[in-house]
Design a protein around this ligand. Structure first.
Ligand SMILES: Cc1cc2nc3c(=O)[nH]c(=O)nc-3n(C[C@H](O)[C@H](O)[C@H](O)COP(=O)(O)OP(=O)(O)OC[C@H]3O[C@@H](n4cnc5c(N)ncnc54)[C@H](O)[C@@H]3O)c2cc1C
Length: 421
């Protein structure tokens, strides 16, 4: 799909196909591990790398941590369990679930909150407040002593053959460079891998738009009685991941091309405007809008291993943790370390919704708890590789598994916490 402006930009003469850039770029600092993207995967990677002894820089182009879970208002922390009473995801994912509801609103079934009997009830998931989660994440990375650069976009990798020596970033300081021993790409879009020339797969998206509205009905009367009666609601317009729902527009969007992303953002807000036009002015208001595009799938790496539907229930010798399927009770996957690394790049790891998972399995691995899990594994591996000087693809996986177990991760299906059905 080509990415072209709809109007304007009419050149009076033919455009050159490219322009050469030569700049002196100041090098600001060197770290053991740099993590690109401060979504749940990036935060998990940064904290895990720091706890494994690395000096860590986390780069985020937005102004808060959490990515889609905060700026994107995706306020449902999907299950840590398999739907049959077994907790399959542990470790930092569980820490972040608890952090997301630390300051208030939640819907966690009491039995999963540590108050219940051995037999679990309901799925181990919760709704949360994106704003409260963002505030809690600040403290979380501070406590781990991760350096964070907000409002800073990763621009280019500094490549030496198949090794990424560091990153060029853009922020209010201008264009600067940071050096790293290993890099974790948690950008949600595999920006580091793609710009370093590693093979990636892309996917288009149906339009979805999630935002908060507030119910104002009865507000006037409530104010007269000095009471506040506004109810805040997370509204979901557009279509589901499979295109379900028949709202317009009927086309899909590509999340890796500038004008396409802009059209996606603009068309999402059109759905919000329709809602405003259809509801009585006095009865409702838009309370908060997302501040990042809500793409489910954009680009993922083609890793050394590709997780697919056939992997369900299978033991992976290089497993870094387990995940259930949020859509249905029963299936559990072991996630191979090979889904986080490529043959092509020697010191870059993938985390979150960009790991190597094909077909329907991308649906399983792209959600919040699994993104935390792969973030924790990628961050730990990045720190181990930085300390030993090993290529990430040649890392001693048993050492990584030992470290993850010590951090409380259920590495194989045998480690899954079984509480009974
Ligand atoms: C409509 C929709 C509904 C969903 N529903 C659910 C749900 O109910 N429950 C659930 O668990 N999951 C759901 N998901 C999926 C889930 O929200 C995400 O897949 C998950 O949060 C991904 O986390 P991540 O850290 O991998 O990526 P992201 O959250 O995308 O984080 C990537 C971060 O990297 C930053 N970044 C990107 N590029 C750069 C760059 N060049 N330089 C610096 N920073 C950069 C971004 O600003 C962002 O903060 C949904 C997703 C969508 C879109």
């Amino acid at each position: 799909m080509t990415d072209v402006p709809r109007a304007g930009a009419r050149p009076s003469q033919p455009l050159p196909s490219s322009i050469q850039e030569t700049n002196d770029i100041p090098v600001i600092a060197a770290y053991d591990v740099i993590v690109v993207g401060g979504g749940v995967a990036g935060v998990s990677a940064a904290v895990a790398a720091r706890r494994t002894g690395a000096a860590v820089l986390l780069i985020e182009k937005g102004v808060m941590l959490g990515g889609l879970a905060t700026m994107g208002m995706i306020a449902i922390f999907l299950p840590l369990c398999d739907g049959r009473g077994n907790q399959v995801i542990t470790g930092i994912a569980e820490e972040l679930l608890n952090l997301s509801i630390k300051y208030g609103c939640d819907s966690l079934p009491a039995v999963w909150g540590g108050q219940g009997a051995a037999v679990r009830g309901g799925r181990y998931q919760s709704v949360f407040s994106p704003a409260e989660f963002a505030v809690a994440l600040d403290d979380y990375v501070d406590e781990a002593r991760v350096d964070v650069l907000f409002d800073t976009a990763f621009s280019r990798p500094i490549m030496e053959e198949d090794r990424c020596r560091g990153l060029i970033v853009e922020n209010k300081s201008g264009r600067t460079a940071f050096l790293a021993k290993t890099v974790v790409d948690a950008s949600g879009d595999a920006d580091v891998f793609a710009r370093a020339g590693a093979p990636c797969a892309e996917s288009t998206n149906w339009l979805s738009y999630w935002a908060y509205t507030a119910e104002l009905r009865g507000m006037k009367e409530a104010l007269q009685r000095e009471r506040v009666a506004a109810g805040v609601q997370l509204r979901q317009w557009g279509r589901g991941p499979d295109g379900s729902g028949n709202e317009t527009p009927t086309r899909k969007y590509l999340g890796t091309a500038g004008f396409e992303v802009s059209a996606f953002i603009r068309d999402g807000r059109r759905l919000a405007a329709e809602y405003l036009n259809n509801e009585k002015r006095r009865d409702r208001t838009l309370a908060a809008l997302p501040s990042m595009p809500q793409f489910r799938t954009t680009r993922r790496i083609r890793g050394r291993t590709v997780l697919d539907e056939a992997s369900v229930g299978l033991r992976a010798a290089d497993s870094i943790g387990c995940t259930g399927d949020w859509r249905t009770a029963g299936p559990v996957f072991e996630i191979p370390y090979g889904t986080l690394v490529t043959q092509e790049l020697t010191n870059v790891l993938a985390a979150g919704r960009i790991i190597s998972a094909a077909g329907d399995t991308w649906e399983v691995t792209r959600v919040i708890p699994t993104a935390c899990l792969t973030g924790q594994a990628a961050g730990t591996a990045a720190a181990l590789a930085a300390a030993s000087g090993q290529h990430v693809a040649a890392l001693d996986v048993s050492e990584l598994q030992t470290s993850l177990r010590a951090q409380g991760v259920a590495v194989h299906l045998d480690d899954v916490i079984r509480e009974g059905v």
